[in-house]
Write a protein that binds this ligand. Structure first.
Ligand SMILES: [Zn+2]
Length: 298
């Protein structure tokens, strides 16, 4: 190639990269904006919760894929006139472009997989426990159920692969209107006791005890952390109430304590001894205090 052809090639390459950068950045932005538009179109807190839980991390990952590509093309615009075909510098620049893109995509996916769930979780809890409004416009209260209780769908009772459900029962104290929301337990991420990320999810659930009629009574949930691979198993009682049952029993709401994550009790005896206890719910702490005898502990 003569000088003129080289110049033409460098210009064409530069223009092509510029178009690619703009296109990739635009796609990333569109994915991001469309996602947030979709979130805002979800009508209820519950629908928003489920939508964010299912799509936020996936969509952000996709958006960052295009951000990475945009950066890769951008790197290939460096040194427009100095780095022209043919030459080693040209291929080195391509290599740096690919590395840069890979790094952005890889790091963003790590952040979104492990660190970001903590932020999503905060958002999800805010949506899940935001006071609901009844059809008459009244403020509803969340019925606090035993935290250890889970529910199974009727069809699930006989299945091998069960996944339990949490019911959130909202009641309008004035009109007794009841609103029930179902949360699939295995789709909710919990905080890992080991690494502290919100990356703990149910891997498997098994029935460990049955009622006389063969229906599940106690189940064991096996959790695993996606980050540190720490495992945990917790036993739950299967509550046999179906969603419909809550509409007939007209339960009285208690003060909601469901949005409490940790209760810490510090006890000091008059002899100066000190003991600390942590509980995951107010009920557990109450039960503990009822039975408490300082001399008998530890
Ligand atoms: Zn962990």
């Amino acid at each position: 190639m003569n000088n003129q052809e080289l110049k033409a090639f460098a210009d064409a390459w530069h223009d092509g990269m510029l178009i690619a950068v703009i296109a990739m950045a635009a796609i990333a932005l569109i994915i991001f904006l469309l996602y947030h538009l979709k979130v805002s179109l979800q009508r209820t807190y519950k629908e928003k919760h489920d939508y964010i839980n299912t799509f936020e991390i996936k969509r952000y990952k996709l958006a960052f894929l295009f951000v990475g590509l945009a950066a890769g093309f951008l790197i290939n615009m460096y040194g427009r006139d100095e780095i022209a075909w043919p030459g080693i510098a040209f291929f080195v620049r391509i290599f740096f472009g690919i590395s840069g893109a890979t790094m952005i995509i890889y790091i963003s996916s790590l952040v979104l997989d492990y660190y970001y769930p903590t932020i999503v979780n905060r958002k999800l809890r805010r949506l899940r426990f935001a006071p609901r409004t009844s059809t008459t416009g009244g403020k509803m209260k969340l019925l606090s159920e035993d935290e250890e209780d889970v529910h199974l769908n009727e069809g699930m009772q006989a299945e091998e692969n069960i996944f339990s459900i949490d019911y959130d029962v909202w009641i309008d104290p004035k009109t007794n209107e009841v609103k029930i929301e179902k949360y699939l337990g295995h789709l909710i991420s919990l905080e890992c006791n080991n690494c502290g990320f919100f990356t703990m999810r149910v891997k498997q659930e098994e029935v460990i005890e049955k009622n006389d009629d063969g229906s599940p009574k106690e189940i064991l949930k096996h959790y695993q952390c996606a980050y540190c691979k720490n495992i945990r198993a917790t036993q739950f009682t299967v509550n046999r109430k179906e969603a419909e049952d809550y509409k007939h029993i007209k339960p009285k709401p208690k003060n909601s304590s469901k949005n409490i994550e940790l209760v810490k009790i510090d006890l000091r005896s008059n002899a100066g001894a000190k003991k600390s206890f942590e509980f995951s719910s107010v009920d557990e702490a109450k039960k503990f205090l009822d039975e408490f005898d300082f001399d008998k502990v530890g």
